[in-house]
Design a protein around this ligand. Structure first.
Ligand SMILES: [Zn+2]
Ligand SMILES: [Zn+2]
Length: 93
């Protein structure tokens, strides 16, 4: 009887998906420099004395209002300013 090709149970290393940078990686190659990310969020400009975000108004240059809170990068696609280990969805952090 041939039960067909079901699951492969090889010793192959399973790639994981990083929940921070969304890259897939092999755990054995995961180093402190593997994951590039921004530790903080991309935000809109916030009020000077209250930590409240507000919308852009006419005439506000877009680059002045939106940036990463960690490093000030104004491009949402800017490369991360910090590196660390990748963090898979299986890991508790
Ligand atoms: Zn990562
Ligand atoms: Zn950053």
């Amino acid at each position: 009887m041939d039960s067909g090709d079901g699951k492969e149970e090889e010793e192959k290393e399973k790639e994981k998906l990083c929940r921070r940078c969304k890259a897939s990686y092999a755990p054995s190659t995961n180093t402190r420099l593997s994951c590039r990310f921004h530790p903080s969020f991309f935000i809109c400009r916030r009020h000077d004395d209250q930590k409240r975000y507000y919308e852009l108004r006419d005439g506000d240059p877009p680059y002045a209002a939106k940036f990463y809170d960690c490093c000030g990068a104004e491009d949402p696609d800017a490369a991360g300013c910090t590196t660390d280990f990748h963090v898979s969805y299986d890991d508790d952090v």
